[in-house]
Design a protein around this ligand. Sequence first.
Ligand code: SF4
Length: 138
Amino acid sequence: MREYIAVSACLLGVNSKFNGSNNYNKKIEELIKDKTVLPICPEVIGGLTTPRNPSEIQDNGTIIQNNKNDVTKEFFLGAMRTLEFLKNHNCYTVVLKNGSPSCGKYTYDGSFSHKKVDRMGVTAKLLKDNNFKLIYID
Ligand code: SF4
């Protein structure tokens, strides 16, 4: 059986991004060659719609959309469901979209002013803490 690899769905061209578009990246082709791909989108499986307002992680750990709506619960639910789904498939290698409050290695500072911070997205952190191999694509 071919090895599984999970990929942020938006990197594969799925329109799961907050603004209803995607982050297709050609670099993905080489990484998924000869593997069985599991597309994941933590924000969608956490219950958020597409399109949706953009969200950023705040200093106190909550996740707030730019209209002040608190989506912390959906983000953590999405992360937990992603973890469970990948464990069920014995898939421990994941390619993630950098900069996302779910999937990123870096994220933004919570002020919606495009300032990057060295703070992982919710799903990325949970997978890292569970010893997954994470590969990031900007
Ligand atoms: Fe892409 Fe992750 Fe955002 Fe979903 S949550 S749109 S997979 S970056």
